[in-house]
Design a protein around this ligand. Structure first.
Ligand code: PMP
Length: 410
């Protein structure tokens, strides 16, 4: 694989040309949302300028072009993941995709007393829907604990599978706080052998690692376009064909039916069964362009670039006085690093860094149970993507040192 040149790639991203507080913008918040290359922004506009129409059943030229763009995007996503076209459901994002599985699959297939297994490192969007569906259906919700260095406790996982025979195992492929990359292929094999359906939150993995759904062997995989160079308002639920056949829709209405009577209706086949109403057509078209961009770089190269950057950042941050790093050593993690600095509140730290043109995130990052476990109310988080380089890490470290001088007591 060819190594990425972030300084060259940055020229593709109009927003990275704008200075912030007089400095070159160092954007270290891609785990929240990534920036978009000009090609993706232009694809969004081009759809409205040339082909805008509603999809499906249209027989005029524009409707046919819009449908081709939308269904072409579905095929593009399927190829990116090694899935079949009819296993790709477009949603509004990861959150909606996980809600669809929780309510549409688990809500209908589980029985009172059944167990759903999540992990302590889940984002709220892979926790709260399971809490809700468990409360409604009388299911038990249990969580896999973590090791001291922020990895899943594999012994506890095996024990929970054996003791509780969960019907669902829902876990993040990569933690948006700890950066931990979970060995999903192995965990999924174990979980499926124990009789569970495996639901993976891929919001932080699909944008950053080569992901092949057959190789992972999971039942469901959810992710968001906006975290991988694509537009907001669009996400993906991959579902193994048999699982999609078993799932009920969350939203009903136009576009998802086969036959409608005044008193009852039947559903279209997946994936359209789960796409009621007018979908995000322009966004899907632009997302195909984002996937082309990533495919040209090569996901192996993207992952290798971030591994290198994380190793560098880890070594530099470790040397900052009073700084605590959370999560495992670089070999087990992706391009997300969360930390605290003694005597400096993460929000104040983020503010000082913003003044230096460095964008990081501070807070609980939608993982309150994890932060409670870590014993902190908030952390600061720097996250990397294809346009970041070692200069960006140096600017981050400089900014943190400045914040320490300004704010750290004594
Ligand atoms: N899961 C993880 C691990 C995430 O990082 C995020 C985004 N912060 C989500 C789920 C939710 O994604 P979205 O807001 O796009 O639905």
């Amino acid at each position: 694989t060819r190594a990425l040149d972030p300084a060259v790639l940055r020229r593709d991203f109009p927003i990275l040309q704008r200075p912030v507080h007089g400095r070159r913008l160092v954007y270290l918040d891609s785990a929240a949302t990534s920036q978009k290359p000009a090609a993706v922004i232009e694809a969004l506009a081009a759809f409205y300028q040339r082909s805008n129409a509603n999809v499906h059943r249209g027989i005029h030229t524009l409707a046919e072009e819009a449908t081709a763009a939308y269904e072409g995007a579905r095929a593009r996503v399927a190829a990116f993941l090694g899935a079949r076209d009819d296993e790709i459901v477009f949603t509004r994002g990861t959150t909606e995709a996980l809600n669809l599985v929780a309510w549409g699959w688990a809500g209908h297939r589980l029985r009172p007393g059944d167990t759903i297994l999540v992990t302590l490192m889940e984002h709220h969007s892979n926790l709260v829907p399971w809490q809700q569906v468990a409360a409604r259906g009388g299911f038990h919700l249990r969580a896999v604990p973590l090791t001291a260095d922020g990895r899943l406790d594999r012994d506890a996982f095996s024990r929970l599978l054996a003791d509780h025979r969960p019907r669902v195992v829902a876990l993040a492929h990569m933690s948006n706080v700890l950066g931990t990359i979970n060995p999903v292929a192995e965990l999924a094999r174990q979980a499926r052998e124990a009789g569970a359906v495996v639901v993976v939150d891929g919001a932080q993995s699909v944008p950053h690692l080569p992901v092949d759904v057959r190789r992972l062997g999971v039942d469901f995989l959810a992710f968001s376009a906006h975290k991988m160079l694509g537009p907001t308002g669009l996400g993906v639920l991959y579902g193994r064909r048999e699982r999609l056949e078993e799932m009920e829709p969350l939203l009903t209405g136009g576009g998802m039916i086969r036959h409608v009577e005044l008193q009852r209706s039947t559903w279209a086949d997946p994936p359209h069964r789960f796409e009621a109403g007018t979908p995000p057509i322009a966004e899907a078209a632009a997302f195909a362009c984002a996937l082309d961009y990533l495919a040209r770089l090569g996901m192996d190269a993207v992952a290798a670039h971030e591994r290198d950057l994380v190793r560098y950042a880890w070594e530099r941050l470790r040397q900052v006085k009073g700084l605590t790093l959370y999560g495992p050593e670089p070999e087990h993690r992706g391009g997300v690093i969360s930390f605290t600095v003694a005597g400096v509140h993460p929000h104040d730290l983020a503010q000082v860094l913003d003044g230096e043109g460095v964008a990081i995130r501070a807070g609980h990052h939608c993982t309150q149970p994890l932060h409670r476990h870590l014993g902190v109310v908030a952390t600061a988080r720097a996250s990397f993507y294809v346009y970041n380089d070692r200069d960006d890490v140096d600017r981050l470290v400089e900014g943190i040192e400045r914040a320490r001088r300004l704010l750290a007591d004594a």
